[in-house]
Design a protein around this ligand. Sequence first.
Ligand code: SAH
Ligand code: SF4
Ligand code: F3S
Length: 447
Amino acid sequence: MNRVYIKTYGCQMNERDSEAVASMLRGRGYSIVDSEVDADVVLLNTCSVRDQAEQKAIGKAGRLQRDKRRNKLQLLGVMGCMAQNRGRDLLASLPDLDLVVGTQKFHQVPDHLDNLLASLKGLGPRPSTIIDLEAEAGSQNTIRGHGAERKVTAFVSIMQGCNMKCAYCIVPKTRGEERARPMEDIVEEVRELAANGTKEITLLGQIVNHYGKREFPTVGGKSPFVQLLEKVHAVDGIERIRFTSPHPVGFRQDLVEAYRDLPKLCEYIHFPMQSGSDRILRAMRRPYSREKFLRIVEALRQANPAMYFSTDVIVGFPGETDEDFAQTVTLFDEVKFDMAFIFKYSVRSGTEAEEMGDTIAKEIKEARNQVLLERLEQWSTARNEALIGTVQEVLVEGPARKGEGMFMGKNRGNRKVLFPGNARQVGELVPVRIDRATTTVLLGESV
Ligand code: SAH
Ligand code: SF4
Ligand code: F3S
């Protein structure tokens, strides 16, 4: 009765939280399995950022509830942002849920599962389904991994929550107030990861460059986030550093210079623009202009000409005209993004934008989405083709999903690289000469 399957929706924060819950459970003797078919317990770690994300998890939970009624499953739980945001409604529509855990109480999952399983065996009272959704004062929810599973790449949470007020966004509600984790804790976790063989870390926060703004002082012109980058950079064994996501507001010269001065900091940045129209940015309550966004991009390119850029864009925000959208397209083309996540606006209840309605027709959102996807394909293919003939440093993550003897890794620009390799190369930095490219992958031979 102790096989647990965790299915994760949403962003890297959720992936990291799922990993942390999995390793706590392993530490208690549970086994983590790769499929619900083999599981006694299924936990869905959910996302609320768009309606589609919620509907997917609700659909899944409904099907699993039926499995449970047919005794194919013992326990079913929902964790994460949707549990936090609407846990009580969920329980009303899915009465067979055994566990609802919000974003602040992941650390209680193992005890709760122990108690639930004991109660199924008649060895104790049944614990309540909803773990208190209120935040604890000072709660960090930065449970750490246990055990020594080796991960070539790892996510490290540096802060929780978000204090911005982007009009469309539910995250401040699901993740609460911004709180920074102490620098020394973060560095200690990175040291442990390095000791277990991790080579690449990605620092996670809703707005990483605001890390510790209130808690820690600026030293020598360097923000707490840049100080943290330097400390992590000094950890032996870590070869690559990435982070996600920075915000244009508070993106200062010290962070630009980090890309020049810290060789482990990969020349790849996920830098959400959301829109290229100043009017829409204002309505979204994103307090920067397209000019400011472009100035930061240019400064980064100056610090490191090989820089790769990725972004998030929302199309169809209420009131977005053809003219506004044209501004988004021109900004997109000026930056020539290598990667992008394009989202159709989705009304979230309880956000400021809710009362603006959903004024842009579905077909228009779809068409705008398509325009940007085509641009992305163009810029991404061009960037990949330009790499043909070069030798790329690839951090090998493991066997490729397809192709006998093929291995997969990423270059510093976060591009997927496939090449014929061997298991000894996993976790190593391998030089690969690129001889073919598609929009999304590079193919080559190790040299
Ligand atoms: N903290 C990050 C974003 C986290 S949410 C930042 O500010 O950059 C990830 C992305 O989801 C956002 O960048 C935005 O593009 C998209 N998103 C958020 N709310 C949305 C909504 N209501 N509709 C459509 N996309 C949304
Ligand atoms: Fe949401 Fe804005 Fe906070 Fe990002 S910065 S999580 S988009 S409120
Ligand atoms: Fe992430 Fe979705 Fe929550 S984007 S923070 S899992 S609402």
